[in-house]
Design a protein around this ligand. Sequence first.
Ligand SMILES: C[S@@+](CC[C@H](N)C(=O)[O-])C[C@H]1O[C@@H](n2cnc3c(N)ncnc32)[C@H](O)[C@@H]1O
Ligand SMILES: [Zn+2]
Length: 780
Amino acid sequence: MYWLLSENEQEMVRDTVNALTTELSVIDGNPQTDQLFPFVGRKDKRKAQSIVRHLSPKEGIVADPFSGSGIHPYAILSIGRKFLANEWEPYTNRLSGAPWRLPAKAELESNYNELIKKIKPELDKLYWTKCTCGADHVFKSLFYDRKPLRYTDVTHHERLGKKGENIEYRGNYKCPYCNCQEKFFNKNDEDHLSLLSSIPTHTIFNTKLIENSRINLSKKFAVYGSLFPHRSKLALKIIWENIQGLGSPFLVKFFLEDVFLSMLPQAKYKDYRSKSQDLHCPPEKLRENNLLFVYQENYKKRWNGMKQYKFTQSPGNPIRMIDFRDFFSALSNESVDLVFTDPPWTDGTAYFERAQLYHPWINYNLKTDRSRLEKEMVVSDAPSRKKVHDIHRWWSDLEVFFHSSYRVLKRNQYVALFFRPIPASQWLSNLNRIKLVARKAGFEPLLSIDVGSSDPSMRIQQSASYVFSKDVVMLFLRLEPVIRREFYEDHDLDQYVYQSAVELQENLKRPFFFSEWRKAFSEKLLSKGLSSVNSPKEELRIVKLFERYCDKIEGQFLPKIETPFSFQLFDTPATERLFTYIPKIIEDLSAKDKIFTYDQFLLRLSEFVENGTRQLIATIENIDMKAMIEPYAEPLPDGLHFRLRPLPTLPKGLTHVLALNPYEFEAFVAQLLRAQGYTQIALLGRSGDRGVDVIGLNPSGESTVVQCKRYFKNPVSAEPIQRLHSFAVTRGAIRKLLVTTSYFTKQAEQEAINTGTDTVNGKELELLIAKYMFDIFGTK
Ligand SMILES: C[S@@+](CC[C@H](N)C(=O)[O-])C[C@H]1O[C@@H](n2cnc3c(N)ncnc32)[C@H](O)[C@@H]1O
Ligand SMILES: [Zn+2]
């Protein structure tokens, strides 16, 4: 555990993490200029560089078992580290290797020109149309509705003609004779299409694909050819066969083929309302692009993007193409300085399935590859894969990932995950489950950094179901075996050991002997259903943990004072403990007048939820957290952001205190408590109508619950004191405090004495204000 590191080591970790966080916070936007190829989930290279620079030594070795489109290896290399990268999906692997096989410019250009010369006449014929003025033209895009699967009989839509006509947009291709810029799809075009329909297409289009509901490869679309309009199929065939027939050198051929692959999302049925690169096939509202134009555009983009890569030619692709388990097995113990990756997330992005759009052209078929089908790390809803690739399997794959990372990492090095999580419904559970998995493998979760920019290729698909449309970096520190946190299944033995020591001391009211503690601990294990931990073979481990948490004093023991658990009051429900962090989080998020989003708040909050306690998370997910924020931060009119709510400026004298509304009064009391030296103060805000308004630790560190009564004339009765008392009892708070602007009835005073509740009446309140808020009341 982090606290068991030497002070030096702790300081180094803190400095590293602070420097990284600061640097990441100033990187803005996500330029993605290289246009290598379409890929969902591409990361920002500049952020990747920053992460690697801070978390690995100069010339260190950085491993990425899921390197996807290659951003991490490019970033690692560009700042002088060595990478060990791996991506098992064949299309992605091939394209991420592109920078290592760039052809020479002149050679590429002459071959490209020759290709265009060959295919242009044929493609012009495919995309031919006749202007209403009679001139012959080539159209750029055709917008049409496919209902009922014919080009005629269209449904009205604003992107279509006024009377519901399908439209051929010509863009820059306006008619030189009559200057018109758009033309409706007419009889001529229909005849032309039916002429084309008799021309056979490439056999590649007969390829069978996996059926997957998420990407809308329903049975009908599980045949490759059904993804494309007939005319696109003809165009693809012409371009592909001509690339093959050029006889160009290997690197040139690869480049021209890669341009072809990058065009496929635009060649298939496309929704004309979006630029979605998903495999999704819209049922109607379609667009057909002139693929010659697309090919030419993609060629330019690709060349311009690739120019930034000045990697030396290597004989092959340095990115390996194996299962991540095999990738790790090939690495020796403690040989890596940083594991930096973006594992497939649980949102059902089935990378291998999506890539089927490209597979037939690279001579690969997922459907017949048992091993990849079985081992992809994914949650899939493809009918044929659902059973194996459920969420449980995903978590056990993640466990393998962390255990393997532990083995290959050097001491005190990091795992950095750079990813975009989670459907809203499970955001908190997922983040915390990751922490638990990491802890069990010997890592200490350090923090999660919200790095702001969203993934451009996902922009269009973002929906309300994503709480985080933003990227997050999660850091984990590898701990040496002697200071690892110990788990048994999902049970945190460290916590149980400490807890039982504290409880024992409280019961006995004195130091204890080891045997006494051992007995108490056995009972705790039994109560948790963990009798198997009581076996002799675990004894050494248990004794070590005991020593971790207890100090020896003249033959007897006491629990240590400074442990990560020390300030947690075990009887206080975790939700309330969590609330104590809200003011701090909001203060941080709004430092320097910054505004923040609800997502950012949730992300920070998640750091304080330990180990994915299921019940706690469920409770939190049921609370309206926005209402919890509101005492401290006000929502902005855009409905997305919050801004720090300044505590009410202090009124002069008690009459002005009375002018505060009840919430402001609670905030004011909190301020007064802070001035008196209370810490970890939290306003329970609107959720606090259970008899407690404020909680915190008093100056001697005792947990205190506070009730505030802003009354004008009415006295406070015994009832709120009883409620406060019973609240304190059930939550294990040590002190109770009732603050009012008025006074207490006789019964109330008696009740306060009976229950040991501290009271502050109006007169005393005025004195406290004068004493502790002197800076404000000093002039009075
Ligand atoms: C989130 S992506 C990585 C994206 C990358 N960071 C980028 O910026 O492009 C995760 C990758 O893991 C790959 N993958 C899934 N299962 C795998 C396995 N068993 N072994 C290796 N790679 C796998 C997927 O093909 C996918 O490309
Ligand atoms: Zn014309």
